[in-house]
Write a protein that binds this ligand. Structure first.
Ligand code: ADP
Ligand code: DAR
Length: 377
């Protein structure tokens, strides 16, 4: 039995037992057999993480920027299942690379002070990938060094900007900007750098953690408001993190920061007419945007569990993560990471509007819980 047959056998077994594994569930053997050998290999590459980790939710990652379009019968099903859209859905890309339309649709309000909140830790990030390199799952060491070198040049150009001037911290051994383990841990504790990737079974099986930690690092502006991750799950995670109330300002600041990066880098981001901004994981396709606020909900998290928050948040289209992000525990004081789940077939402006509405609803539920009332939203 050849390698492909073994994989097909494994897929059939997982399909029968793991109904939540979207990548495996959307794999169709007849479609697979209709493909060229090259596309068959690319499709098997994409679902390898779901095969090696049957308990996956998404169960697949793209390997090449063109995978979504070249394997669209598969990926349109995956996207439909995860994002709750039709298989023919197309993402209208408002924030195209050059922001050609120049329009600013940022909602003017969305001030968290109106909800009676103390200054909050707010963060908006987007995943972006260059269109002239494989995605992080399929890069080799040379390509990872090429990505880091490209961004080192961009970060050097940024020193001329008072808003974005900062420091690049490399995880690459021997890099001019390489940092110590203590410095790395400090950046992680401050939420400025991603967790080690080599121990994540999903990322390891997908190839995303290959060559760890070579070609990885993070850029942090001197005021720590603007951050770029290099070589994590996407080529770039571009983000702004600020403590305050004004969500709309964060969105506007991020848009300007992305524009500066586009200006300084002589390469284009991978962008599909149908799927929007290309990301390694289909959960981020479209806008690539996650907008989050750290919210203290001591009544709803009494006993240290976020289950009650999730029960309220899920119907509101909100994800609940821990203090350290995905797959981490909530804060000892009941702080949780709240963000809209939607990334695809939604505008960036609508994402922060949903975040604001979600926080308002959770604040109301917290007050009801604190007063001993049942949470009625
Ligand atoms: P991503 O948001 O990039 O998908 P994670 O959920 O793992 O990845 O979060 C990455 C890091 O960003 C974690 O350290 C997490 O604590 C931090 N983070 C996310 N949202 C906020 C926020 N609103 N304020 C401060 N840190 C945040
Ligand atoms: N754990 C993987 C990926 C889920 C989405 N999270 C990302 N992309 N960080 C799964 O397939 O469940």
């Amino acid at each position: 039995m050849n390698n492909a047959d073994k994989k097909l056998q494994a897929i059939a077994a997982i399909k029968a037992t793991h109904l939540n594994n979207i990548g495996v569930q959307c794999f169709d053997a007849d479609y697979f057999r209709s493909l060229s050998i090259d596309l068959q290999n690319r499709l098997l590459f994409c679902i390898n993480s779901g095969i090696e980790n049957p308990e996956s939710d998404m169960g697949c990652y793209a390997g090449q920027p063109d995978d979504y379009d070249d394997l669209s019968p598969f990926f349109s099903q995956v996207i439909s299942r995860h994002h709750g859209v039709s298989e023919s859905a197309r993402h209208a890309c408002g924030w195209s690379t050059g922001f050609e339309d120049g329009s600013d649709r940022t909602p003017s309000e969305l001030d968290l002070k109106k909800l009676g909140l103390a200054p909050c830790s707010m963060r908006i990030r987007v995943g972006r990938n260059f269109d002239d390199l494989p995605l992080t799952s399929a890069m080799n060491m040379v390509q990872r060094f090429k990505l880091e070198e490209r961004m080192t040049t961009v970060f050097a150009a940024m020193q001329a900007s008072s808003a974005y001037a900062g420091t690049y911290h490399s995880l690459t051994p021997g890099h001019a900007n390489t940092i110590t383990d203590e410095q790395r841990q400090g950046l992680i504790d401050d939420h400025l750098l991603f967790k080690p990737m080599d121990k994540d079974p999903f990322l390891a099986a997908a190839g995303i953690a290959n060559d760890w930690p070579h070609g990885r690092g993070c850029y942090v502006s001197f005021d720590q408001s603007f951050v770029v991750w290099v070589g994590e799950e996407d080529h770039l995670r571009i983000m702004t993190m600020q403590t305050g109330h004004r969500l709309a300002k964060l969105l506007s600041d991020l848009k300007s920061f992305i524009q500066a990066i586009v200006l300084y880098s002589s390469s284009d981001f991978a962008l599909s007419d149908r799927f929007g901004f290309i990301t390694t994981c289909p959960t981020n396709i479209g806008t690539g945007m996650r907008a989050s606020v750290h919210l203290r909900l001591p009544a709803l998290t009494a006993g240290g569990s976020e289950e009650k928050v999730k029960k309220i948040a899920s119907p509101l289209g909100l994800s609940v993560r821990g203090l350290g992000g995905e797959h981490t525990p909530i804060g000892y004081d009941g702080t949780v990471d709240i963000s809209p789940r939607a990334r695809f077939c939604i505008s960036e402006e609508e994402i922060i509007s949903r975040l604001f509405a979600g926080i308002a609803a959770l604040q109301k539920a917290e007050a009801q819980c604190k007063a001993g009332q049942s949470t009625q939203l």
